[in-house]
Design a protein around this ligand. Structure first.
Ligand code: BV8
Length: 236
């Protein structure tokens, strides 16, 4: 089973989604806070946006939906892979380990200039933008940034390769693709359903409302993931 989750799976934990009413994108224009151009134009604003999300994510707990997915992994082992667009870290805190965070993590920071590896960081930067110490040691001016994938930035090829390898290795007649809590708007994540169907999989959608790419799914279970997921895996 290949699972793709989006912001909806964390909604019941109290984490705001992006495109629902009073979602994150309503109060923060995407281009200002989730693009490299936005960071270049006003890194302090971007760090305030992500610091607020770090602060919020530290105060919430995984919900039964996250826990049901961690339990499904426990039961299915290497026949299970969870791909998440979420950066809130709740799947990992729920116990998921066969996990691909394709849009990065709120709790990692990297340099916007040099190629240093992202490092764990839960600090909130509400004032000055933090400089990269390694750049500074070399007399350069690199600034630290959240280690997330912004619009217009490519996803980590290793992440996409891991998903392709999983699909290639799956037995078509046993392959289920389950998308949970995502509006199906953002690519390449929203295209995974087609990749899974091309691999012979059956596509299920669990969402509070029909997603943008709902037509691509064989089954649609409408409802809150925190309620639907614990019951859904009883058949597994
Ligand atoms: C890329 C950052 C190659 C981390 C995010 C023009 C120029 C450049 C690129 C593009 C372009 N035009 C299109 C593109 C591609 C672009 C894209 O897809 N744009 C869209 C808007 C059309 N994609 C990219 O740029 C990607 N990179 O393509 O690189 C490239 C490079 C250069 C030039 C061309 C191509 C990078 C995409 C990653 C962007 N970063 N986040 C962060 O800050 O979080 S995306 C952002 O949206 C989040 O990661 C989020 O996860 C993601 C998707 O949103 P959802 O998770 O689906 O959340 P949403 O609120 O939308 O929906 C929630 C759903 O849950 C709703 O349906 C709701 O009903 C439901 N729900 C609510 N409560 C519940 C529930 N369901 C169940 N239970 C509940 N309780």
């Amino acid at each position: 089973m290949l699972v793709l989750t989006g912001a909806g799976v964390s909604a019941e934990s109290g984490v705001p989604t992006f495109r629902d009413a009073n979602g994150l994108w309503e109060s923060h224009p995407i281009e200002q806070v989730a693009t490299p151009e936005g960071f270049d134009a006003d890194p302090r604003l971007v760090w305030r946006f992500y610091s607020e999300r770090r602060r919020k994510a530290k105060t919430v707990q995984p919900n039964p939906g996250h826990l049901a997915l961690a339990e499904a992994e426990e039961r299915m082992g290497d026949r299970f892979l969870l791909v998440t667009q979420n950066v809130d870290g709740l799947h990992r805190r729920a116990g998921s380990r066969r996990l691909v965070e394709i849009h990065g993590s709120l709790f990692e920071t990297r340099c916007s200039e040099c190629g240093r590896a992202p490092f764990p960081d839960d600090r909130e930067y509400l004032g000055e933008v933090p400089p990269c110490e390694e750049c500074r040691a070399r007399g350069r001016g690199g600034l630290l940034r959240p280690a997330v994938v912004w619009f217009g930035e490519v996803l980590d090829p290793a992440h996409l390769q891991r998903v392709s390898a999983f699909l290639e290795g799956a037995r078509p007649e046993r392959l289920v693709f389950l998308a949970v809590g995502t509006s199906g708007v953002v690519y390449p994540a929203a295209g995974l359903v087609h990749q899974a169907r091309d691999a012979g999989g059956e596509a299920w959608l669990v969402n509070a409302e029909p997603a943008d790419n709902a037509r691509a799914f064989h089954r649609f279970v409408q409802g809150p993931s925190g309620t639907v997921l614990p019951g859904l895996f009883d058949w597994a």
